[in-house]
Design a binder for this molecule. Structure first.
Ligand SMILES: *[C@@H]1O[C@H](CO)[C@@H](O)[C@H](O)[C@H]1NC(C)=O
Ligand SMILES: *[C@@H]1O[C@H](CO)[C@@H](O)[C@H](O)[C@H]1NC(C)=O
Ligand SMILES: *[C@@H]1O[C@H](CO)[C@@H](O)[C@H](O)[C@H]1NC(C)=O
Ligand SMILES: *[C@@H]1O[C@H](CO)[C@@H](O)[C@H](O)[C@H]1NC(C)=O
Ligand SMILES: *[C@@H]1O[C@H](CO)[C@@H](O)[C@H](O)[C@H]1NC(C)=O
Length: 289
């Protein structure tokens, strides 16, 4: 031990000759204080990195989800943080309810919450809505997408149209929206080098993109397709400074079947809301630092 101490001492004296005037006791106090100060500083920088350093103020965030609860939980934080938020959905009631819910979280006067009712299969309509939203709210910094339809059934009993319908809502809706937003995100991403400043696409998908369960061939296949799409796009988008993340959550896989639960509906909605809130918090921690 004392040898390590002598070693540190002699190295320090090489750099700062005046240290040789100190007794061993004084030197060890100085050494300990340095170590403590250094640790405190490291902890502080870690906390800065983990903490809320990304500024969402007046950034434009676009959210697509066919689950009102997920849309609202994610949008709530964006609105609280001063972002301009665009909600897109194929369900008019969902848009009206969500906007009403969000108005009470507005952080400053010139903040905009816009809604677009669209058919996620109609590419030119999506393109137009996104361009319109950019005119009022700025280039898109962040896109959250969550699109999920679940028709359970044995393969031999399912209709071809069941497969088509789930591929349309779980896969093609997402392809359409990403493709429509990409040119605008590229404009935003130019010259952004810091990870926290790069535009991001965050897909919220159930974990069934990597395992299957019985009687869900059409559903699981569409989820695997999304995983494949993300793995390809993630690399392609690096060239444009755009980060793409696939957020797979076990909990979300229950959301669709939750609709079957009749009793304690309010309680299960509350649970979903809290789970969706966690997605925002986790995304923020892991994708913006
Ligand atoms: C952003 O939202 C978080 C809650 O998620 C809040 O703690 C924080 O103060 C907000 N930041 C701003 C700038 O409003
Ligand atoms: C539209 O959303 C509302 C609530 O947000 C829901 O009650 C209704 O079932 C939805 N309609 C369709 C066709 O999904
Ligand atoms: C797609 O949306 C446009 C409006 O933006 C509409 O004119 C067109 O008929 C739609 N196409 C289909 C196939 O619904
Ligand atoms: C958000 O909307 C307000 C009002 O139109 C605008 O002043 C602000 O610049 C917008 N944010 C961005 C990033 O364009
Ligand atoms: C899935 O189906 C197989 C074949 O019918 C059956 O043996 C198995 O127990 C089922 N698994 C579950 C979890 O129901």
């Amino acid at each position: 031990m004392s040898c390590i101490f002598c070693h540190i001492r002699s190295i320090s004296e090489n750099f700062f000759p005046s240290l040789s005037k100190l007794t061993n006791f004084q030197f060890s106090i100085l050494l300990m204080s340095t170590v403590i100060l250094y640790s405190l500083f490291s902890l502080y920088s870690l906390q800065r990195t983990w903490g809320n350093i990304i500024n969402f103020e007046s950034k434009h965030i676009i959210i697509y989800s066919n689950f009102p609860i997920i849309m609202q939980a994610i949008a709530k934080f964006a609105v609280q943080n001063g972002s301009n938020v665009t909600l897109i959905s194929k369900n008019q009631t969902q848009l009206i309810q969500s906007k009403k819910f969000l108005l009470s979280y507005i952080a400053h006067e010139n903040q905009i919450i816009s809604t677009f009712l669209l058919d996620p299969q109609n590419f030119s309509q999506i393109q137009k809505s996104i361009l319109d939203s950019i005119k009022t709210s700025g280039l898109p910094f962040l896109l959250f997408i969550n699109s999920e339809e679940n028709i359970d059934g044995k393969f031999q009993n399912q209709k071809i149209s069941d497969f088509e319908s789930q591929m349309n809502s779980n896969f093609f809706a997402i392809v359409n929206i990403i493709k429509a937003i990409l040119p605008q995100m590229i404009s935003f991403g130019l010259n952004k080098k810091k990870r926290s400043e790069k535009p991001k696409i965050i897909l919220i998908n159930s974990q069934t993109n990597s395992f299957t369960f019985n009687d869900s061939s059409s559903f699981c296949a569409s989820k695997y397709a999304i995983k494949g799409l993300c793995d390809c796009l993630r690399n392609e988008f690096k060239a444009f400074n755009i980060d793409l993340h696939l957020f797979s959550t076990k909990k979300l896989s229950k959301f669709s079947s939750d609709q079957k639960i009749q009793q304690s509906k309010q309680e299960s909605l509350q649970k979903r809301f809290i789970e969706a809130e966690k997605i925002w918090i986790i995304s923020k921690k892991s994708y913006f630092n």
